[in-house]
Design a protein around this ligand. Structure first.
Ligand SMILES: Nc1nc2c(CCc3ccccc3)c3nc[nH]c3cc2c(=O)[nH]1
Length: 382
């Protein structure tokens, strides 16, 4: 059964209501003018104003309430002012529901060239055409406003793990100063939200300081950043446990860049409400899928003559209407349709997993649901 429909519908003010708890896990809904985000939520990544290989209505039909956009990519191409001139990102990409945009700093550090980071912000050259750009907290907020983002992320500095304590400390303190500048630049928009991002590397006392300082800024939501950067899962989970008690109970928590289905169920159990990851879309384009039976790589020759669909009990046509043999063929031939169908399979599985988590928390049976889900992954193929 679907989780209780949140008693709140779209509202002029950004509000978050927790409908039920199960241990540290919560289920509820964020409501804002463009609609409701049921939590725990998985947010498909739409980096260049498209969820790669999917039509917007298809993404919506799978149960996604919000998609992610990216300041870094969109400021370089087509440009924030151009998107604003064309009516904003929702109109531009035909996604009338909530959009969350990242602030760009993380992508600059991983994609741009000749980056220079100072107190003021970060200057860099575009990885597309080498043009020079500047991102300051103020400019990042301005870009996200021009895009029309419903949930704006602060500009922050994410350090790679493992890290030296003083490197993590410097980046965490800079991110706090940038959070203040973003808060000032964002101003007051009742229907939209600015989220702070907790940093601090893998150093517990830095994580606690970051969470407490951000909580004092009374922002509308809090992301846990600086994770999903290659650290072992137990380090990621330990940082969530360290930070969670210091974040306001009544505000949403967003774990950036996470993750596999296993990462997600374990993080939901520790109090995370929102997730994003390129995994389901990127893996799908490479023939790797996530199912109730665990992961499958459709490139593998064992699928070459398998007439069965991926999962006849799945509500997703891509999982119940084509044979594994055909999908194997499409992947080997690197056909567009293969990338599209397997992206569809993965996003459908992620949304079904989130719906299952929401229902389980509402029914007070999260532990059972997680145990059953993990058994399915371990048991593998029927
Ligand atoms: N601003 C920021 N973003 C991060 C992302 C990108 C998430 C994103 C949001 C919206 C669109 C695309 C990507 C991370 N991805 C993995 N780990 C991550 C950590 C951080 C982080 O510490 N700060």
């Amino acid at each position: 059964p679907q989780a209780l429909q949140p008693e709140i519908a779209a509202t002029p003010e950004f509000t978050f209501k927790v409908a039920a708890r199960d241990g540290a896990a919560r289920t509820g809904a964020i409501s804002m003018p463009r609609g409701v985000i049921r939590t725990p939520a998985f947010m498909p990544v739409g980096t260049a104003a498209t969820v790669k290989g999917m039509y917007p209505e298809q993404v919506r039909a799978l149960g996604a309430d919000v998609v992610l956009g990216n300041t870094y990519h969109l400021m370089l191409r087509p440009g924030a002012e151009r998107v604003a001139k064309l009516g904003g990102l929702h109109k531009f990409m035909n996604w009338p529901h909530p959009i969350l945009t990242d602030s760009g700093g993380f992508q600059v550090m991983s994609l741009a060239n000749l980056r220079k980071l100072t107190e003021e912000g970060v200057t860099f050259r575009s990885h597309i055409d080498g043009s020079k750009h500047v991102l300051t907290p103020e400019r990042s907020v301005e870009i996200q406003n021009l895009l029309g983002s419903d949930i704006v992320m602060q500009l922050d500095e994410c350090v790679a793990l493992p890290c030296e304590e003083k490197v993590a400390e410097k980046a965490m303190r800079l991110s706090l100063r940038w959070a203040e500048r973003c808060k000032t630049a964002f101003g007051d928009h009742p229907g939209r939200a600015l989220f702070g991002i907790v940093q601090g590397g893998d150093v517990p006392h830095l994580r606690v300081e970051s969470a407490r300082e951000l909580a004092a800024m009374d922002l509308k939501g809090y992301a846990v950043g600086g994770l999903a950067v290659g650290e072992p899962q137990d380090v990621m989970l330990a940082m969530i446990e360290t930070v969670e008690p210091h974040l306001p109970q009544e505000k949403p928590r967003y774990l950036m860049g996470v993750g596999t289905p296993d990462d997600i169920v374990k993080s939901v159990a520790r109090g995370i409400d929102m997730f994003d990851c390129v995994m389901p879309t990127r893996a799908g384009r490479h023939g790797q899928i996530f199912t109730r039976f665990g992961r499958m790589n459709l490139k593998n020759a064992k699928h070459a003559e398998d007439p069965r669909p991926i999962d006849e009990q799945s509500s997703c046509p891509a999982a119940n209407s084509w044979s594994r043999a055909y999908l194997h063929h499409l992947v080997k031939a690197e056909e567009m349709l293969g990338k599209m169908l397997l992206t569809w399979v993965n996003l459908a599985y992620y949304q079904d997993l989130m719906a299952g988590l929401r229902s389980a928390i509402a029914a007070g049976r999260l532990d059972d649901f997680i145990a059953e889900t993990r058994e399915g992954w371990e048991r593998g193929e029927p």
